[in-house]
Write a protein that binds this ligand. Sequence first.
Ligand code: HEC
Length: 156
Amino acid sequence: MGGFVSMGRGVLAAALIFTGALYGCSGDKGQEAAKAAKGAGPAQSGKPAAPDLAKGKEIYEQYCHFCHGYKGYGDGPVGIALSPHPANFVEDTKRMAKTDDELFKSITEGIHRDIGGEAMSMPRWQEVLTDHERWHVLWYIRHLENEGRKAAAQEP
Ligand code: HEC
């Protein structure tokens, strides 16, 4: 009986050490992978030389569509419940008349409004996305804007 208990403890201890090792290891790997994925470093800061719409789409469909909707009408599943509503990139011509630099700044820093004591609005992406990623996603938004307007112009 005593033997069984001590063996049990041994197994438990081994299991704990093993889990600890796994966590420690996956933690480091996770961070490395995140860094690699973000390509954090000088190459990713500043403005990219040219838009990469495929990359922009990937980022948009990972982080932005919940609020802004796949086609940019501000009608994502989370967005419809938000007040103020997320920007409608296709139909809100006044907002989209802002320059790319202004919109980039909003994506970087977010927009904060005090509504009844609660700050609600557009999240800031500076810590989540690199400069390059924020530019690519902005260019993708411009692309959605153009596509949506073209489609509207074709309606009878
Ligand atoms: C939690 C919901 C939410 C998510 C997720 C979200 N947004 Fe927004 N976004 C908003 C809201 C709300 C506004 C309108 C803010 C306002 O005017 O008060 C907004 C506004 C904007 C604007 C207009 C900024 C301006 O200067 O008028 C841009 C551009 C934008 N979002 C880009 C993005 C991008 C790019 C992503 C993904 C990386 C994203 N948003 C993710 C809620 C969201």
